[in-house]
Design a protein around this ligand. Structure first.
Ligand SMILES: [Zn+2]
Length: 83
């Protein structure tokens, strides 16, 4: 239970190891998809599926939750994770 996180798309709670993690590294002003464990910062989680990814992108939910601009190149990277 300790490692469960909530998807910001569909709201499902599941093991964070099975989700996409997106972290805003404030120190370096960088948004990182699936960062290493050394990266700390405000994070959000998403399922590896099209609905959740597009929902998060469409409503700018991620930007609001991370409190930063989400780079366009990362949007492309996220779309590649769609299954
Ligand atoms: Zn989801």
């Amino acid at each position: 239970m300790l490692h469960n996180r909530k998807c910001i798309g569909c709201g499902t709670v599941k093991d964070r190891e099975t989700m996409i993690k997106i972290t805003y590294d404030k120190q370096n002003n960088k948004v990182i998809v699936n960062p290493s464990k050394r990266v700390f910062g405000r994070s959000i989680y998403l399922c590896y599926n099209k609905e959740c990814i597009s929902l998060a992108l469409r409503k700018n939910r991620m930007e609001k939750m991370l409190k930063c601009k989400f780079p366009d190149n990362l949007k492309g990277q996220l779309i590649e994770y769609e299954q």
